[in-house]
Every structure is written in C-alpha cells, then in structure tokens.
Design a protein. Structure first.
Length: 324
C-alpha cells in the first residue's frame, strides 16, 4: 500500500504453503514456482492421480531438495466442514507448526445465461468457488488469530483467487459471477478485519483473466456465443505467466492483484474504498478509467443488443449451440 515499496513482502524460503486446486492450471504452476523459491508445499485437490503427477513436477523444481518437503492431500473443498480436518492433517505433517501461507485457488467456471441455466448451477459454483475458499479462510484465520496464537514479526498470508469478472461481470457467466463477486466482498472485508488482531496476517486477492488450462477448455464447451464475441480480443495467458505475475505482486505486498492491463483497468475502476497498491498510480488511473468506460460500455452493450436483435429470445441460443 506504500508509494514505492521495494522489500519482498512475502518471502517463502523455508515457509510452508498450502494451495487448494493445485493439481492443474494456475494452482499447479504457482506451487512449482513457490518450490523454486524454497517453500515447503502442500497441494490439495480431489483427483489423487493428478495430485501425484503434480507433486513429482513440484519436487523436481525444489530450490533446496535436501531440506524442502512436499505433500498432497485429497479433499473436496466444495463439501461443508472440509477445512478443519484438512488443516489438522497439514499441521500434523508440518511437525505441529502452523501453515505460513494459504492460497485458495480451487474453482470452476461453467458459463451460461443465468435465466436459462438451472439454479443448481449457481449453487454448485457458490459451493466450490465461494464456500470452498470461505471455509478455508474461516478455519485458518481462527488458528492464526486465536488468543493463544503467537505474535511473530513475519505475517501469515491468506490469498484468495477470484476473477476479473468479479470486477466487471460479462454476460454469459451468470452462474459463475456471483461466486467470485461474493469472494471479492469477503476479501474486502477481511483485509480490514485482520487489522483488529495482534497477530500479523495479510489478506490478498488475485483476479486472473482467461488462463490456457484444462479448466478453460471445459469452460468453452458451454460458453454462449455472445460471450465469445465480447471476449474475442481478450488475451489468454499461460498458467505459468499468471502464476509468475501473481507471485510478483504478492512479493510487492499488493492486496488487489490483477494480471495484465485489462485487469488493471477493471481494478482501477472498482477501487472505491479499497486499499491501494500504489497511491499515486492507482489514483491517477482510477480517474482516467472513468473516461475509458465512456467508450467501452457502449461497445459492450451494443454487441449484446445487436446479438439479441439478430437471434431473438435467448431460449433459442441453447437449441442452436446444442445442435452445434
């Protein structure tokens, strides 16, 4: 939140980091890159086969292979009350020591029009994307901030993974957007709440855009055509690139982390009363983005209206896409 911070605000050498959703995509890349920086890593996902494959890759990247340790835990983070027993297992593996950093990456996106999709789809997204992270946050913060928890110089770090769509929702992500918007609201609240405790805890939230991953391939299978039209010029980044940029921003101490210029525009436009990464740049760009939206919003709404005029009632889209 300073003007020109320089010191590494999240050193990981010798620290123990737990990442959910780390068997593929951005989570797997982040786990490997943190291992390269000397961290002990615990990865969490449902699929044991993918976890085992990922762990081999993460171990091979270790900066200090003689001293670093690696572990996986199979768990379904969308299920109620999963977090406490998972953390108990992680702490036991860590010789009874608390976890230093928790990064919630697990999530999914099944695009659709909200009105046309069954409501159960929104509930499924909330269970994984919001409650999966919220339960972990509740459990780990109760450990880190307990009255008996030690007060140490270096802070613990809780990292959420949302989406740029939490900053500017796009049509076609109706079942998905509420879950990431709720996650943003939780992070925005917790970044204030942790200031009340004597223990040092830093909260961060990462807003990636499209990531070239197995999840992105699955996402495109249900994505409405109008969504593809709006996203046509958006960059699709590799998991390695997204993880690298996110870790770099975490090391700078940023709270709200976007990946790429489009994400930055969304973040500047949605700052409101949130902490600033850089008071000078963020203030100037938030003002400039007010004018950017004068051109961007009419373009987006124009595309939606032209598409609707050409294709009629949205119930017809599903029929066409199912035939295709």
């Amino acid at each position: 939140m300073g003007v020109f911070p320089s010191k590494n605000q999240m050193p990981v050498d010798g620290k123990t980091i737990l990442l959910t959703g780390a068997s593929e995509g951005m989570g797997r890349s982040a786990a490997r890159q943190l291992a390269e920086k000397g961290a002990n890593v615990i990865i969490v996902s449902r699929n044991v086969g993918r976890l085992e494959e990922a762990l081999v890759e993460i171990k091979a990247a270790a900066r200090n292979p003689q001293t670093q340790r690696f572990h996986y835990i199979s768990a379904d983070v969308s299920k109620p009350d999963y977090a406490a027993p998972l953390l108990a297992e992680a702490v036991a593996w860590n010789h009874g020591n608390p976890i230093d950093i928790v990064w919630c990456v697990a999530g999914k996106s099944t695009p659709d029009l909200w009105v046309e999709a069954p409501l159960s789809s929104t509930r499924d997204h909330m269970d994984l994307n919001f409650w999966g992270s919220a339960e972990m946050a509740h459990a780990i913060l109760r450990e880190w901030c307990a009255p008996t928890a030690p007060v140490v110089p270096e802070p613990k770090h809780l990292i959420f993974t949302a989406s740029v769509l939490a900053l500017f929702p796009v049509v076609g992500y109706g079942p998905y957007n509420p879950s990431k918007g709720a996650l943003k609201a939780l992070a925005d609240t917790l970044v204030q709440e942790v200031e009340m405790y004597p223990q040092k805890v830093k909260v961060h939230i990462v807003y990636p855009g499209s990531i070239r991953s197995p999840g992105f391939e699955r996402e495109n299978q249900t994505k409405p055509e109008i969504t593809k039209i709006i996203e046509d010029s958006d960059p699709v980044l590799s998991p390695d690139t997204v993880a690298t940029k996110a870790i770099s921003a975490l090391e700078k101490g940023h709270f709200s982390i976007t990946i790429g210029f489009i994400g930055d525009i969304f973040r500047w436009s949605a700052l409101g009363g949130l902490p600033r990464n850089n008071w000078v740049i963020d203030t100037i760009m938030a003002w400039l983005c007010t004018f950017v939206w004068m051109f961007v919003l009419p373009d987006i709404f124009g595309k939606i209206r032209r598409y609707a005029k050409k294709n009629g009632h949205p119930i017809n889209y599903r029929k066409v896409e199912n035939v295709a």
